[in-house]
Design a protein around this ligand. Sequence first.
Ligand code: SF4
Length: 235
Amino acid sequence: MSSFFNNPKALLFGIDDILMTDDNNRKNGSSMDSNSMELCINSSKKEQLDILRNSFLNCNKCELYKTRKNIVFGSGNPETRLMFIGEGPGAEEDNQGLPFVGRSGQLLTKMINAMGLNRDEVYIANIVKCRPPSNRDPLFEEAQACIGYLRSQIQIINPEIIVCLGSISLNFLLQPDGKTKLAISKLRGTWQDFYGYKVLPTFHPAYLLRNPSKKADAWKDLQLVMKELGLEQPK
Ligand code: SF4
């Protein structure tokens, strides 16, 4: 059975990302006891994700906990080969507790469908799990506080390809220390490496809604992903 503990890439992150047993995390609403750890070792990816989700239901590691309605953990197929990562929940996502269900989400669904897939065949998550007020960008310290949960999701799912949606996702995933600003306009459509995971940055659907002329570039990026996954290209 595939599990976090059988994923060689997991060693690169450090096991604390998923176990979260230290005192700080307990104080901040995140915990995983030894029974959960034991279960985690022997459980399916879905069960591991459920354990992870339950470990931070009351998380208050950053200020975003004060204004959230729901933690938006992520959704999709834990056994997928393809993961999409956005920046954070918006108002509709906060209301429903699901990622990418607003206007941007509708466009993302169309993009996924255009690849010959549906949302149940991929996994969608965000850098931060709680909505930044007024849909502002997540702050550095908020992303730093939350990124461990995303890393744990990646480690459990172990996708072949990660698509970063937009600059925030690209920068906080690949440059979590914030030392270098990566330009989505330069890196989109180019393969990046994240501890052995293939990462392809492309434009965020919200940006594409504001700049429809860029949809053709995003489609070229997705076609690279399709080719890498061996999916049939549209005629
Ligand atoms: S954004 Fe992440 S770290 Fe901050 S309170 Fe929400 S779950 Fe916790």
